[in-house]
Each structure stands twice: as structure tokens, then as C-alpha cells.
Design a protein around this ligand. Structure first.
Ligand SMILES: CC(C)(COP(=O)(O)OP(=O)(O)OC[C@H]1O[C@@H](n2cnc3c(N)ncnc32)[C@H](O)[C@@H]1OP(=O)(O)O)[C@@H](O)C(=O)NCCC(=O)NCCS
Length: 240
């Protein structure tokens, strides 16, 4: 089997505290010997370093909620309508876990978020540039550990009119600030299709670490089984 996952300090052990977890996988065609030689992930233990200076920190905890160019906040009904204008476009949905969303359920999820949903929208004036989803969740490990609400998963989607201008990086950095500084989680993850180059560059450029690479583990309606990946970062590594 192939090691596809190395989560740095992602698992609670009753005697040893937070330890690294590994995950292994094999596909039926590999077991039958029809294909082989697929790579393992090797860089998960590497120290994380952003490739260039991070955007200025957003002070969520003091209520100052803007990046260099954008204002951030909870979604109002008009924001959700703006997001819905691009969310189901093929060039956006192609990269999402759900290629299409049902508008009414989507509206409800944004306007009546659950306790663990700390998503926000980012605006340039009145125009929504994009959004960052933040879902707080429990960590994994043996019973009895301090795992409750100790992790968050982030995601981000931009209006295609604003792609490629650094806004994604600005919004995702603000999301990480919210997770680590306001919500005080100990670990943040982000998942993507492995061929989403913009998203992968965005995450590694913010210093996140490739911790999982799943060979043909994700289904896409028009592409069939494709590779998935996940990045992770610990609180002490963010803006260290
Ligand atoms: C992924 C997404 C958020 C990136 O946001 P963005 O504002 O376009 O990206 P940025 O301008 O901040 O650039 C971030 C990095 O991606 C790179 N990048 C941006 N667009 C790219 C493209 N089309 N191809 C390759 N790299 C690209 C940038 O060069 C930069 O990398 P660098 O720091 O190494 O130079 C945005 O393209 C998007 O919303 N896509 C559709 C939805 C989606 O894929 N969401 C993520 C699901 S995991």
C-alpha cells in the first residue's frame, strides 16, 4: 500500500499527546497488478515556510475586519445573491466538492449558519469578490483528549472577474488569521483536487504543508476519478 497521508501532530494519543498520523491506500487495479509506481507523499514533515511575505494580519479578535483591499464580514442576503451569480458557473463548480449548489439551501446555509460555521464574505465596496468557508470540527484520536472543536477546515471561492489578482491569497490569509487568532484552533486543513494549481499554489504560498495526496480518491461528474490533496498547518506555524 502507498502512504498517502502524513498529518503532522494531527492525532491525540492518550499517553503521548499529539502525534503524527499516517494513512495508507491502494486501488483495486493496483492490487490486481494492472498499474503501479504511483508516488508517495514525501514532504509532509518539512518545515513550513511561506514563499514570500504574508499579507498584513487581520485583527478579527478586535473587530477590525479588513485586508489591504477588502472588507470582511458575515453575509447579508444581497451578498449571497451575488455569490450565486458565479458559484454554479462551470469554471467555478469544476473545482468544488459540489459542482452545483441548490440556491435556497445555499442561501439558508449562509444566512442561518450553524455554531461551527464561521465563514465570511469579502467585498470591494459593495461588490462581493469572494468568500471563505470556515468549518470548526473535532480533532481525531483516542478517547479523552482535548479534541473538541480544536480544528477547522477552510475553503474559498472567488468571482472569476477577480481571479489572478492576489485576492484569493488575501482572503485565505484572513481566513487563517480568523482560525488561529480568533477561534484559537490548533490545526487548519484545506482540501482540493490535486490539479487545482491556483489553489495549491495559494496554500503552499501561505506556508501550508501538503499532508495528504489521494490517488484517484475523488469523483468529478465530467472527469471521473481524480486525485485529491489536503494541506495542513498548526497554530504555532502560522505567522511564526
Ligand atoms: C483558487 C482561487 C481561490 C485562487 O484565487 P486567485 O485570487 O485567483 O489567486 P491569487 O491571485 O491569490 O494567486 C494565488 C496563487 O495561485 C497562482 N495562480 C492564480 N491563478 C492561477 C492559474 N489560473 N493557474 C496557475 N496558477 C494560478 C498565483 O500565481 C499565485 O501563486 P504564486 O503565489 O505562487 O505566484 C480562485 O482561482 C477561485 O476561486 N477558483 C475557483 C474556485 C476554487 O478553485 N476554489 C478552491 C477550491 S479548493
Amino acid at each position: 500500500m502507498r502512504r498517502e497521508e502524513h498529518g503532522v501532530e494531527d492525532s491525540w494519543h492518550a499517553e503521548h499527546g499529539w502525534v503524527d498520523g499516517y494513512g495508507y491506500a491502494i486501488l483495486a487495479e493496483e492490487w490486481r497488478g494492472e498499474v503501479g509506481g504511483l508516488r508517495e507523499i514525501r514532504d509532509a514533515s518539512a518545515a513550513v515556510q511561506p514563499r514570500r511575505a504574508l499579507p498584513p494580519a487581520v485583527a478579527w479578535e478586535t473587530g477590525e475586519r479588513h485586508t489591504a483591499r477588502l472588507s470582511l464580514g458575515d453575509a447579508a442576503p444581497d451578498d449571497v445573491d451575488q455569490i450565486l451569480r458565479y458559484r454554479n458557473r462551470p469554471e467555478v463548480g469544476r473545482w468544488m466538492l459540489r459542482a452545483r449548489v441548490e440556491p435556497e439551501a445555499f442561501r439558508r446555509a449562509w444566512l442561518e449558519p450553524g455554531e461551527r460555521d464561521r465563514s465570511f464574505v469579502a467585498r470591494l465596496g459593495d461588490r462581493v469578490v469572494g468568500s471563505c468557508s470556515i468549518q470548526v470540527r473535532d480533532g481525531s484520536g483516542q478517547p479523552g483528549g482535548p479534541v473538541q472543536g480544536c480544528e477547522a477546515e477552510i475553503g474559498y471561492v472567488l468571482d472569476p472577474a477577480f481571479h489572478g489578482q492576489g485576492y484569493g491569497r488575501e482572503i485565505a490569509a484572513a481566513g487563517l488569521d480568523r482560525c488561529f487568532r480568533e477561534l484559537r484552533v490548533r490545526r487548519v486543513t484545506a482540501g482540493l483536487y490535486a490539479d487545482n494549481v491556483a489553489s495549491a499554489r495559494l496554500l503552499s504560498g501561505l506556508g501550508m504543508r501538503l499532508e495528504q495526496y489521494g490517488v484517484r480518491d475523488s469523483w468529478l461528474p465530467d472527469h471521473g476519478w481524480v486525485d485529491g490533496a489536503a494541506y495542513g498547518l498548526l497554530a504555532r506555524e502560522w505567522r511564526a
